[in-house]
Design a protein around this ligand. Structure first.
Ligand code: AR6
Length: 204
């Protein structure tokens, strides 16, 4: 029922292209990223990221799924966090989830508009979540497409921000992270990520 990390292909593994001689033995960025389509709550990773709201007390979308799968102890711990500002992130235990931790981040309410503030806030969600991963000594993390559901951030620019922000961070923190999984839920996002991940992670 659960999907362990070693069953999630890295982006390099899922590419059909052969590894060139030049690449052989090199620690490439695309060894550290995966594109996974499906339910984030079944991933057996160190942490999954929740696209929460500022109350951190649950809601619909992926937030609702995570609270349902984690059980009421997650809600009890979330009460003690006193909410979270847009762009920030807070960590809790994973409880009944296969993931050890949940990182709750609050994406911008975009309603179709991508301006400076929305871009800055969504970037901060990915950065601050990754900083928590590092701070807690975690090695694997899965992200949903933050803000692109109920909060209405357009899918393509959101994917660009997710991929570019993760790429820069992984580059700078290479030894701190083993795997970042982009967990998409919708076919439309899968197609967008599949195309862009190739461009963004093609070379180091
Ligand atoms: N696993 C992975 N991704 C999922 C899952 C799942 N089980 N379920 C939905 N998604 P959304 P937001 C995808 O709306 O836009 C909540 O009420 C979904 O298809 O969950 O940041 C919170 O409490 C979409 O691609 O989050 C907030 O009030 C992505 O997750 C508000 O919604 C994000 O969609 C946050 O809105």
């Amino acid at each position: 029922e659960y999907v362990p990390l070693d069953q999630i292909n890295t982006w390099k593994q899922s590419q059909s292209t052969e590894v060139t001689e030049e690449e052989e033995g090199k620690d490439l960025l695309r060894d550290k990223v995966s594109l996974y389509k499906g339910d984030i709550t079944i991933l057996e990773v160190d942490a999954i990221v929740n696209a929460a709201n500022s109350s951190l007390l649950g809601g619909g979308g992926v937030d609702g799924c995570i609270h349902k799968a984690a059980g009421s102890c997650l809600y009890e711990e979330c009460i003690t966090l006193n909410g979270c500002e847009t762009g920030n992130a807070k960590i809790t235990c994973g409880y009944d989830l296969p993931a050890k931790y949940v990182i709750h981040t609050v994406g911008p309410v975009a309603r179709g508009h991508v301006g400076e503030t929305e871009t800055k806030d969504l970037t901060a969600c990915y950065q601050n979540s990754l900083e928590l991963v590092k701070g807690f000594g975690l090695r694997s993390v899965a992200f949903p497409c933050i803000s692109t559901g109920i909060y209405g951030f357009p899918n393509e620019p959101a994917a660009n921000i997710a991929l570019e922000t993760v790429k820069s961070w992984v580059k700078e923190n290479h030894d701190k992270i083993e795997r970042v999984i982009f967990c998409v839920f919708l076919e439309a996002d899968y197609r967008i990520y599949k195309e862009k991940i190739l461009q963004v992670f093609q070379d180091n």
